[in-house]
Design a protein around this ligand. Structure first.
Ligand code: NAD
Length: 493
């Protein structure tokens, strides 16, 4: 299919490339054709990976952070060297347009560069003791082996988001990509090898959630599970991790409200709402999932939004002109199709009828074109559960308070958008919009120096920035008596 792909993939354990008789076909969502085969690991392979990561961690953790950063910068440079090839692989296995894939892969390099910068910044603290001749230290240390589990929507960047902070912290990693999009992670593993990441420090194990994911989740030798994915899987992982009291950091789904008030720059708001809904074919956890527009500008907004939606080019991911690629899989396409049907049954009006196109770019691809719904009941499922596709309900609101009551009435709490030029409303939004990430007058994506975190069903934990890094570090408190004598009162034996 493409010269960018390897003829045969293997997974990566303890610096070795491993295969099994069980090969899983990997499908290009733009054609429905198999483009590669990847071995399904067993629980025994996962346990080998965890054992090798444990063994490798001692030496990796003893290196100075600067030595680790040197290796990480080599990884970043290699990703940049190969950005075009890696971007094409993201597009082939996941379906996002090449221009978006380039941004994703560039972001992967950015994670390694950014976290390498912490080499001289992972600091401890010295606290005053209650006793003379003493110091109290709090040290930040590696935690051990990190188990990382990621979804299919950013198969390259999410590898970097989990591996880079692990490495600078002195941890080692066992990472499981999604079974439908493992190629980018395996390609990155080749670059880890080339960059000189020592054996066992990063292991990439491919296969199903049921086998590989569960084996990571239940292992007593995993010190942290960091998972990005759906709410049901996050709950399963958290429950299973409880058996060993393994800490979990979960980045789960979202249902972002996109609030546009009467004084907003309407063209900026429309362009932003369109980008935020349709990037990656709507398959982003921070996507605009519910557009809430002030009634005084509602009709104009809907008209402009529909015109902008129609202008987007649905096409082959590798075509430079493409704005929207296919859905990642037939199952995801059918899920979104079902959601539109249910919304219509519940009374929604289809203002832009998208769905499966008649003149699709290919026959076998999983195509779904922009769909706009109006007249939706704010209590209906389309307003409450994640759509994760190029479909958006647009709802009129009478005031900021009205918008707020709809926006905050959700179990999710990842990201929210507010478009207004009123400073008082902006400050109210900052204080009252109950989401972990609030974007005012701009779209995502989030910055690596921020803290990507959600509330409620969006999961406990968070990634990126200094707060994300904290998750990957253990703390140790040291009480040091240098007085030469006794400082703390002893029991009167
Ligand atoms: P998913 O939950 O189906 O899969 C995520 C990962 O979990 C996969 O690698 C899968 O194999 C694994 N898994 C499945 N069952 C498992 C089990 N029992 N034990 C251990 N691992 C298991 O999610 P998905 O469909 O790949 O991804 C889409 C979801 O991810 C959406 O809900 C989206 O919002 C969310 N997401 C969130 C963020 C964020 O940062 N909050 C980012 C991207 C995607």
């Amino acid at each position: 299919m493409s010269g960018d792909l390897r003829s045969e993939y293997r997974f990566f354990v303890n610096g070795e490339w491993v295969s099994t008789p069980e090969l899983r076909p990997i499908v290009d969502p733009s054609t429905g054709q198999v483009v590669a085969r990847v071995p399904d690991a067993t629980a025994a392979h996962v346990n080998d990976a965890i054992a090798s990561a444990r063994q490798a961690q001692a030496a990796w953790g003893r290196k100075s952070p600067l030595e680790r950063a040197v290796v990480m910068k080599r990884v970043a440079a290699l990703i940049r060297r190969d950005v075009e090839r890696l971007a094409r692989i993201v597009s082939i296995e996941q379906g996002k347009p090449l221009k978006e894939s380039r941004g994703e892969v560039g972001g992967s390099a950015g994670f390694f560069d950014y976290f390498a910068e912490f080499a001289r910044r992972i600091q401890g603290e010295i606290l005053p003791s209650d006793f003379p001749g003493e110091q109290i230290w709090i040290q930040r240390l590696p935690i051990g082996v990190v188990g990382a589990i990621i979804p299919w929507n950013y198969p390259s960047a999410l590898v970097a988001r989990k591996v880079a902070p692990s490495l600078i912290a002195g941890n080692t990693v066992v990472l499981k990509p999604h079974e439908e999009t493992p190629l980018s992670a395996l390609e990155l593993a080749h670059l880890f090898e080339e960059a000189g990441v020592p054996k066992g420090v990063v292991n990439i194990v491919t296969g199903s959630g049921k086998v590989v994911g569960e084996a990571i989740t239940v292992s007593p030798d995993i010190a942290l599970i960091t998972m990005t994915g759906s709410v049901p899987t996050g709950k399963t992982i958290m429950a299973r991790a409880a058996v060993n009291l393994t800490p979990v950091s979960l980045e789960l789904g979202g249902k972002a409200p996109f609030i546009v008030l009467e004084d907003a720059d309407i063209d900026l708001a429309v362009r932003s709402a369109v980008t935020s809904r349709y990037m990656n074919c709507g398959q982003v956890c921070i996507c605009n999932e519910r557009t809430l527009v002030h009634e005084s500008i509602y009709d104009v907004f809907v008209e402009k939004f529909i015109a902008a939606s129609k202008a987007l080019k649905v096409g082959l991911p590798l075509d430079e002109a493409t704005d929207i690629g296919p859905k990642v899989s037939l199952a995801e396409l059918e899920k979104v199709e079902r959601k539109v049907e249910e919304a219509v049954t519940a009374g929604a009006k289809v203002a832009l009828a998208g769905g499966r196109p008649q003149n699709a770019p290919t026959k076998g691809g999983f195509w779904f074109t922009p769909t706009v719904l109006t007249g939706v009941d704010t209590d209906s499922d389309i307003m409450r559960s994640e759509i994760f596709g190029p479909v958006v309900p647009i709802v009129p609101i009478t005031s900021f308070d009205h918008a707020l009551s709809i926006a905050n009435d959700t179990r999710y709490g990842l990201s929210a958008y507010v478009f207004t030029n009123n400073m008082r409303t902006i400050m109210r939004a900052v204080n009252e919009v109950a989401f972990g990430e609030v974007y005012i007058n701009r779209v995502g994506p989030e910055g690596v120096q921020g803290f990507h975190t959600g509330y409620g069903d969006s999961g406990p934990g968070g990634d990126d920035g200094i707060h994300g890094l904290e998750t990957f570090l253990a703390k140790k408190t040291v009480y040091l008596n240098y007085s030469g004598g006794q400082t703390v009162p002893l029991m009167p034996y």
